[in-house]
Design a protein around this ligand. Sequence first.
Ligand code: ZN
Length: 640
Amino acid sequence: MSSLSKSQATTSQRTVVVDTSRSPFARLRPLSLSDVRIYDAFWTPRLEINRTATIPFEYEQCESTGRLDNFRRVIGRYEGPFQGRYFNDSDVYKWLEAASWSLATHPDPALEAQVDKTIELIAAAQDKDGYLDTYFTFERVPERWTNLPVLHELYCAGHLIQAAVAHHRATSSDSLLTVATKLADHIVATFGPTAHSGACGHPEVEMALVELARDTGDERYLREAQFFIEQRGHHLPSMDGKAYDQDHAPIREQHEVVGHAVRALYLYSGVTDVSAEMGEQALEQALETLWDNFTERKVYITGGAGARYEGEAFGVDYELPNDRAYAETCAAIASVMWNWRLLLLKGEARFADMIETTLYNSVLSGVSLDGEVFFYQNPLADNGQHRRQPWFTTACCPPNIARLFASLPGYLYSTSDAGIWTHLYIASTATTMLPNGQSITLEQQTNYPWDGEVELSVQIDAPSSFSLFLRVPAWAAGARMTINSEEFTQPIEPGSYVEIRREWQSGDVVHLSLPMEVRMLVSNSHVAPDYSRVAMMRGPLVYCAEQVDNPGVDLANVVLPAQPAWETVERPDLLGGIRTIQTRALLTNPQPPDEASLYRSYNAARPTYTSTSLTAIPYYAWANREAGAMQVWLPIDRYA
Ligand SMILES: [Zn+2]
């Protein structure tokens, strides 16, 4: 059983995104993001752009597109129709969540004033009974809660609740939390075993309610989250029974990741949250089965999730087209959220590996280097047509990036009964309490992901026995480690955490060396579009060939020789400072009518090639220069 009721009076002000510090079945406890300071050559510029460009820019978008006017309209301060889609309130809430996390690490009176003004507006738009959704006002009041599968009311409520928890934890103010608990109370009164049945077609409120329960100590919200999870798959008249919104089967009988990718991954996130509180074996087993299906058959090498444009959905097993990859930015973020919850639950490196792959590739590609244009879809091949946009009619992705990046410091470290864990290699300092109550500062220095050297130094007041856990990514075969310059002689298993248990002295230094040579990967042979092709990775980064770096070369005609000699080139001048990878490659010589005709007779002769140079850049950085073709998976000739 959950221990939430025992801590009724504890309203923790710890600025954590997912607070498993009192969750009885979670192995790891998060650190406050205000206790982690990132000063990283790779991430600091991105987080600064998120704070100084993306967050202000997105507020302006919420203003100019009528998303804020929709709230003003409810209280008579704006005359005119509701603007935009019925879920537009959620973008304002996600912006508020991003701004709140930002305030936790970077106090900013101007931003705080803007946040407070927005909260006042939201609070004023709330009905006396707690209901809040600006779409369902005036003539639409009778439609409230009448179309759960489609109209996103509980989804919007979930984003409000998440924003409120973030704001409460970041500022200690309960101005938005009061609004959220009133709305949550309204939801609890409206839906439940003795009230209405049904759940939202777009999961989201489940994880929000669990976090609200953690923040307030009120178990009713946890039970409500459980209720919503249990509603799925029972063919209720208020729901649609479709796989599209994961209503095709009860959650414990869902074995395949199906339907709308963001909905699926948000649902599994909520189920994982409930699992951390309730510890039910069957629920955990369902999550394991779904995770295996996701990672073994349905996720892109970039961490991109949801292959199909139709329904923004997962395809069948191994359906992973490259140029028509949907891979919505929100789905990648949802995968980070789910894997973070699984990591807290189980403390296993495979989840942190997924977070890292997804973060550095399919999430990061979702935003331009200047932080002001965004991808909704993140294809793995393109002909130069797909470009980032400033905003979308359905603008879920931009504020989702903003809230993830604003809370990123919270994803680097955790603690457990045994000690302290390092999940992501990002230069930073972290200060926290050890299980014995002693304070510790961990300082991490690294130039990751460009090189694989990571140095962690321990600062403590007095010698102390505890474990330091370091993640060794699954790709890092041959990783080495020293402690105070002495070789660590125990086995270092890729895809696991190395546990160093000893009596630590202040000033102890652990040095981890991860191998950073270019790796070439092939896919399962059932992934037809990748057949006879390879993708290049270096560290956690997936690489791609972009037209602009390969002038005069038709990327469709480039073939890699059997053993390309990749060379890494430091380019501080390019794309905010990157390392490119380069090699000699082969160029097929298409002869007319090859170029002109769609099909031609098969020719058994070996192809003839000319030589060309090939440059590839990190995938996240593509489409930041002039438009042109891009490819992640390149053909390879095993006999050339
Ligand atoms: Zn989105």
